[in-house]
Design a protein around this ligand. Structure first.
Ligand SMILES: Cc1ncc(COP(=O)(O)O)c(C=O)c1O
Length: 233
């Protein structure tokens, strides 16, 4: 999406946003090339075009594909080509997720559990969690792979893993964190799971669907998290 804004006291700003969770650096390359044409059109009709805003869409979660550096390389190459240094253009960005994602972790506990026998006698575990798709985790379905949470429990060094489905608490079929299974050890009601990098599109998108309140927010530093979970369970 493109936007050209102008007000009487400032020069026109040309801005675009490729969309959050962008996975194709070419989206930036194309948008920057399009902006160059819009700059030329603006200048052609007498506007003082000098500010380009390349919006958000940068990854904030570690291990994202493509990673931030790859996007930055594509953007730098496109800017060097279409808005070279010395051309008098100031370039800004609005990296929301990039800054916000890593500052929060989501801690959820298991409120119910069911074991299902699969063909061949293999067990599949269904864990029902204190928060789910209608709360903090709405945005995770947009991600290409399920995130595997950290288990907060003393376990033997190599516990057997089971295919698990993670459900939220609201008793609707849609209230799953991911459509795919994740591999986790056998856990119990009351055990905690930690999802890192949950600072973007989590609390902001959560609802009170079926009467469940949004997650409470606690400010903590380092090892205090373990103490907090122990007192909360
Ligand atoms: C105009 C604009 N800029 C920046 C952002 C932040 O995007 P992101 O969280 O992908 O960095 C958004 C998010 O929707 C947006 O609409």
């Amino acid at each position: 999406c493109f936007l050209v804004c102008s007000c009487p006291v400032s020069a026109p700003v040309l801005s675009f946003h490729v969309g959050s969770g962008c996975r194709d650096p070419h989206s930036f390359t194309q948008a920057i090339a399009d902006c160059r044409r819009v700059f030329e059109m603006g200048r052609g009709v007498g506007h003082d075009m000098s500010l380009l805003d390349i919006g958000g869409g940068f990854p904030g979660v570690e291990g994202s594909e493509p990673e931030f550096e790859e996007m930055a390389r594509a953007i730098n190459a496109a800017l060097a080509q279409d808005f070279p240094e010395g051309a008098g253009i100031e370039v800004i960005a609005e990296p929301g997720c990039f800054y916000a994602a890593s500052v929060c972790v989501a801690a959820v506990n298991i409120i119910a559990k069911k074991a299902v026998l699969q063909p061949g006698g293999h067990r599949k575990l269904l864990y029902y969690l204190s928060d789910g798709h209608h709360g903090t985790f709405r945005d995770l379905l947009r991600e290409p792979y399920p995130r595997v949470p950290t288990v907060v429990k003393e376990l033997c060094s190599k516990p057997p893993l089971f295919p698990c489905i993670l459900y939220g608490p609201t008793c609707t079929a849609f209230d799953k964190l991911f459509n795919e299974e994740v591999q986790l050890p056998e856990l119990d009601v009351g055990d905690w799971l930690i999802f890192p990098s949950m600072g973007a599109y989590s609390a902001a998108l959560s609802s009170t669907f079926n009467g469940f309140l949004p997650a409470s927010i606690c400010y903590i530093v380092g090892p205090e998290l373990r103490n907090l979970l122990e007192t909360a369970s």
